[in-house]
Design a protein around this ligand. Structure first.
Ligand SMILES: [Zn+2]
Length: 283
């Protein structure tokens, strides 16, 4: 009897110790004032995870398969099964297919997308899933401020720069050029996420004199030669460019044209096919 009591006591103490450590992990995690931006390596596609200092989690695109689930599991606390915002830049397989599994496995509070239509089975599945989800759906349009916190130590600002018009219900032949373009500021740091837009959209931004000068540029369309014009790159002039791309993809991405241009302007490049996940922890 005495032995059983001692065993119980030891088990209880071990449980208390674990519980104590767990509480401290959660407290430590919640008190960090960092901004996390991670370009997930999801092969040929895009998926970008943002965690604000307030622990709000935002996912821009979900890549072409369910590998995004594993990435979220690695980068979110195990007790957190909620995403505050999903942004779908445009409804193409390599950007939205992974979001299907995200919607099935996480509670998604808000969804931002363009509302453009496509006549494919995959697109109908997307529409079905977002209708079933208990979520706020917003249609993206330039000028929207989709996230803001003015607290100096945690100041984050996320803006929509494109599309200029509300595209809800419109059927487009080229959905790449409907991609939502997003600018993110955090203290002295800034990012530009360009989806898969082509040079023609880049020129529209330049023509409208929109401020696109940032530190870190997510190169559009996985380094396609139809995107990233010299004029655009000169305007953005980032310190660092990121290309989200799969190794040995059949499109030849990233193309020599884009790589040569980055070299010409001495812009450092990181690629998900070479580096894997590319993470920024900004204080
Ligand atoms: Zn793409």
């Amino acid at each position: 009897m005495i032995k059983i009591n001692r065993k119980l006591k030891i088990c209880f103490l071990i449980f208390l110790a674990y519980f104590n450590i767990l509480v401290w992990i959660i407290v430590f995690d919640l008190t960090q004032n960092n901004l996390k931006v991670i370009f997930f390596d999801v092969g040929q596609g895009d998926s970008i995870f943002i965690e604000t200092p307030q622990k709000h989690q935002i996912l821009i695109d979900g890549g072409p398969d369910s590998s995004v689930l594993e990435k979220l599991g690695q980068n979110m606390p195990f007790y957190d099964r909620t995403l505050d915002l999903i942004i779908l830049t445009h409804p193409e397989h390599d950007h939205f297919f992974g979001l299907f599994d995200v919607l099935k496995n996480y509670q998604v509070k808000n969804i931002l997308w363009t509302g453009v239509l496509k006549n494919t089975a995959e697109f109908k599945e997307w529409e079905r899933l977002i209708q079933e989800e208990d979520t706020q759906i917003k249609i993206a349009r330039a000028g929207q401020r989709i996230y803001e916190d003015k607290n100096y130590s945690k100041a984050v600002d996320i803006l929509v720069l494109y599309p200029f018009e509300n595209l809800e219900g419109e059927e487009m032949t080229n959905v790449n050029d409907t991609s939502i373009i997003i600018k993110l500021f955090f203290k002295q740091n800034s990012f530009l996420f360009c989806g898969d837009v082509s040079k023609s959209v880049e020129h529209k931004l330049i023509d409208k004199n929109i401020d696109i000068d940032v530190d870190i540029l997510k190169i559009a369309h996985h380094g396609s030669k139809n995107s990233t014009s010299e004029e655009f790159l000169k305007k953005v002039l980032p310190d660092l460019a990121i290309i989200s791309v799969g190794s040995d993809n059949s499109y030849g991405h990233p193309t020599p044209e884009v790589l040569v241009l980055l070299e010409k302007y001495d812009i450092k490049l990181l690629r998900t096919d070479i580096s894997g996940d590319i993470s920024f922890l900004l204080k």
